[in-house]
Write a protein that binds this ligand. Structure first.
Ligand SMILES: [Zn+2]
Length: 171
């Protein structure tokens, strides 16, 4: 049985993770992005609240720990996660990171959505996410683009997001 110090010495100083998520958009549904409800005629079709950006981020954190994907941990067949606020899922993923002796260095998230415009909401999203990650707002980057009317995003049928995260051993 190795000692705790030995386990710590064997830990990598940094771990990188990549996450991705995609949801269909339908009229009459709520549009949750980055922990915020955005006024829109269409929203995500999902088992949870459908927060695409937080799902990509969760997926990245789990990936950095090689713990599988978000569906493995929060299955869409479980009543426990029906309609759940994705901020709770994110906090569970952050717990998994911290239980393993890591903290979140920084995250970079890319969102693709045709409309509505996301830029006016980006700072509110960063302010919502940073405390959940136990990070400074300067460590949370959120970018958004349209797809210039091309493909499922461009036609307004869906939204997707990807996230890159860096974990570092807590001093
Ligand atoms: Zn999702």
């Amino acid at each position: 049985m190795p000692s705790l110090i030995r386990i710590f010495a064997d830990m990598k100083k940094f771990r990188i993770g990549y996450g991705y998520d995609v949801h269909r958009l339908e009229e009459g549904r709520d549009l949750w992005i980055g922990g915020i409800k955005i006024c829109s005629d269409k929203g995500e079709v999902a088992h949870s609240d459908g927060d695409i950006l937080l799902h990509a981020l969760c997926d990245g954190l789990l990936g950095a720990l090689a713990l599988g994907d978000i569906g493995t941990h929060f299955p869409d067949t479980s009543d426990e996660f029906k309609g759940i606020d994705s901020k709770k899922l994110l906090s569970k993923c952050v717990d998994m990171v911290e239980e393993r002796g890591y903290g979140i260095g920084n995250v970079d998230i890319m969102l693709r959505l045709e409309r509505p415009k996301i830029k006016p909401h980006v700072n509110a999203m960063r302010q919502t996410i940073a405390p959940l990650l136990h990070c400074d707002i300067g460590d949370v980057s959120i970018k958004a683009t349209t797809c210039e009317a091309m493909g499922f995003v461009g036609h307004g049928d869906g939204v997707d997001a990807s996230a890159v995260v860096l974990l570092e051993v807590k001093e």
